[in-house]
Design a binder for this molecule. Structure first.
Ligand code: WT7
Length: 647
């Protein structure tokens, strides 16, 4: 462990003075959230508007998994994110600032009143297409306000949104549409990222060649030419003409579904993680309020895409329920130059900035001059999410972007947790670079060893959560058994996160990364089994094993071992072809870094691939392969080491 690991950075005086939550507040609130969860969460829930106030607060069991919160309450999250702010006289507050891909392009500012009007327009357009309460609506959109508006419009009418990241391929879209039997798609003509066009509508067309849909709503964005299928495809600007300008928010039960979001696991196809209205609304409202300590008039910017849970919770639902001004950025950090993030921060006087370690590492490599070019004095709070941040990158971010004076919140959470679970609070906790920090209110982390024994005090183990929290996912869409199997069967009666973790003497948590066959590539979660399935679909591939390896910028890279069918010749051309093939099957985020052709994979005599060995070789750490005596063919290993690609 390096020196820097032991360093503690005190709470900056300015953060302490104004904070919504001091250390004493945190201790008292955390204690109450554990001793009296019903009272605590009933109080937090009061900040929201309910049609019917909940009286039954927590009602859950992890064995088997049956999770309910606020179950006798009714509400609508779109009302809480939009309408109630207008009703309270804040209709003129800016809700969304849109910064386009092109720095010279037109900035859009939508007030809460604008957002209400636009959401109603979209909601009534969807209703006109036949979308009804409970229907699943697929959203495949660029990072433009209409993406958020589409989500809010679904929530308003009680439809369940399933947002698919714009970087996913037609096959991935088709699989997700099919899995949740979604008959409606909202997309745009094209997206723009670093001046490059993303053919969103064409990708939807290719997906719908495989699975049917009743209708596609197309938002015109770039004006690029797209094919429109008569009777199925509709331009939003045409279909929304003349729709009524009123649309009441549906009264939803707290446990009605709000959205499905697909995420990768260690086995099989991506899972449709399902979140419900009430608990998710309370969790995102509360975590945003305390973690980002938002103050009226401030500009908050989360650089995630709405296609990931971070975008759902901390671009759309968390900030908007708090009446905040949130920036939506269409572009990328390195175009037109490596200073784009900082240029945008300065241009819009951003106060709170939330991004991923991979972006920080990539920008750090380009040098601090890009940061110094801009006046970043508006920044008051920085955050990171998605993967462990190495202390060096934390330092660089804190010192250069934050001028050494802003707190940095390193927020650990997952698609399944709905919102932030472990973090420091900016005015309460000293920070330790590389550690996510302390549990949020109501969160009971436990470290468990391989035998299921709960470990006390300073220790390392598998990270479980012992009790339910309001933002927790309720099921895997259409497959509750898989939900139980994946999260509640490894350690009976506990939610298992899939992460390894260390707890230090101060009760700070240090996430060490996944302990299952999930890898984290640039903060994107990827199942190694998914990449393997994609590879073996190629006619020349016999077998594939995929592992992660440490990557300076991406956190982890994708290392693929491939055996070919008899008669096929390995070579650079085939490697390029296989890379392209994986991109087509899953999307560019799954592009293999290394393709290692091997005549066979190392297996035990019973035929099990020895991934431990493959991981070590991919990590270029082949000196300590451990016991290889159970291998069917131990001589294979020398050849693998010889041919290793990550040197
Ligand atoms: C996995 C969840 C949460 C939104 C983005 C990713 C890793 C996430 C941290 C962090 C260390 C982190 C974990 C987790 N992770 N945040 N602050 N420190 N690791 O959501 O795609 O569901 O991935 O991301 O391994 O299990 P996701």
């Amino acid at each position: 462990m390096s020196e820097i690991d032991h360093e503690t950075v005190p709470v900056p005086a300015a953060a302490r003075e104004h904070a919504v939550c001091s250390l004493a507040d945190y201790e008292a609130m955390y204690r109450r959230s554990i001793d009296d969860p019903d009272g605590f969460w009933a109080d937090q829930a009061q900040r929201l508007d309910w049609f019917r106030t909940p009286h039954k607060i927590a009602n859950w069991d992890f064995d088997p998994a049956d999770i309910r919160w606020f179950e006798d309450g009714t509400l609508n999250i779109c009302h809480n994110a939009v309408d109630r702010h207008v009703a309270a006289g804040n209709g003129d507050t800016i809700a969304l600032i849109f910064e386009p891909d092109d720095p010279e392009g037109a900035v859009r500012r939508l007030t809460y009143a604008d957002l209400q009007r636009e959401t109603i327009r979209m909601a009534n357009t969807l209703k006109g297409m036949g979308v009804a309460r409970g229907d699943r609506v697929t959203i495949y959109m660029p990072m433009i306000p209409e993406g958020a508006i589409a989500m809010l419009a679904c929530a308003r009418i009680g439809a369940v949104h399933s947002v698919i990241f714009g970087g996913f391929s037609p096959d991935a879209i088709a699989g997700r549409i099919e899995d949740c039997a979604s008959e409606w798609v909202i997309t745009a003509d094209e997206g723009l990222r670093g001046s490059k066009k993303v053919p969103l509508k064409a990708n939807v067309d290719a997906a719908l060649a495989k699975v049917p849909a009743k209708a596609v709503l197309v938002v015109r964005h770039t004006g690029g030419e797209v094919a429109m299928t008569e009777g199925r495809d509709h331009w939003y600007h045409e279909l929304s003409q003349g729709v009524p300008d009123e649309c009441p928010c549906e009264e939803m039960n707290a446990e009605d579904p709000l959205f499905i979001l697909y995420t990768s696991g260690s086995t099989g196809k991506p899972k449709g993680v399902l979140h419900t209205v009430g608990g998710y609304a309370v969790w995102t409202e509360t975590t945003f309020r305390y973690v980002f300590d938002y103050r009226p008039g401030e500009v908050y910017w989360c650089t995630a895409d709405i296609g990931w849970v971070t975008g759902h919770s901390y671009i759309v639902y968390g900030p908007l329920q708090n009446g905040a001004t949130a920036l939506m950025f269409e572009g990328v950090p390195n175009w037109p130059d490596h200073d784009r993030f900082w240029a945008v921060c300065a241009k819009h006087d951003v106060n709170i900035f939330y991004t991923a370690p991979t972006a920080i590492r990539a920008l750090m490599r380009e040098g601090t001059a890009h940061v110094q070019k801009h006046d970043l004095s508006s920044l008051r709070l920085l955050g990171t999410v998605g993967e462990p941040i190495n202390p060096e990158a934390w330092r660089w971010y804190h010192d250069n972007v934050g001028g050494g004076e802003t707190p940095v919140v390193d927020t650990w959470w997952q698609t399944e947790t709905g919102g932030i679970m472990i973090t420091t609070l900016p005015g309460a906790h000293p920070m330790k670079p590389g550690s996510a920090g302390r549990p949020f209110f109501g969160v009971c982390p436990e470290l468990v060893d391989g035998d299921g024994k709960v470990l006390d005090g300073e220790n390392s183990g598998n990270l479980c959560i012992a009790r339910s929290w309001p933002g927790q996912a309720r099921t895997v869409y259409g497959d509750h058994d898989r939900f139980v199997q994946t999260y509640f069967s490894t350690y009976r009666g506990k939610y298992f996160t899939g992460d390894g973790c260390r707890r230090d003497a101060d009760g700070y948590y240090w996430i060490t990364g996944r302990v299952d066959d999930v890898i984290n590539v640039s903060g994107h979660r990827m199942g190694t089994a998914e990449v393997e399935s994609a590879l073996v679909l190629h006619p020349k591939v016999a077998e594939a094993a995929v592992v992660g390896f440490p990557h300076d910028i991406k956190g982890q890279g994708i290392y693929c071992y491939v055996t070919l069918n008899a008669g096929e010749e390995p070579g650079e051309d085939l490697a390029a072809e296989l890379r392209q093939h994986v991109r087509k099957e899953i999307g560019p985020i799954a592009t293999p870094d290394h393709l290692h052709f091997t005549p066979a994979l190392p297996k035990t005599r019973s035929g099990k691939i020895m991934r431990r060995i493959l991981r070590k070789i991919a990590e270029n750490d082949y000196g300590a392969l451990g016991d290889t005596s159970t291998l069917a063919d131990p001589s294979l290993v020398d050849g693998l080491i010889e041919g290793r690609l990550n040197r």
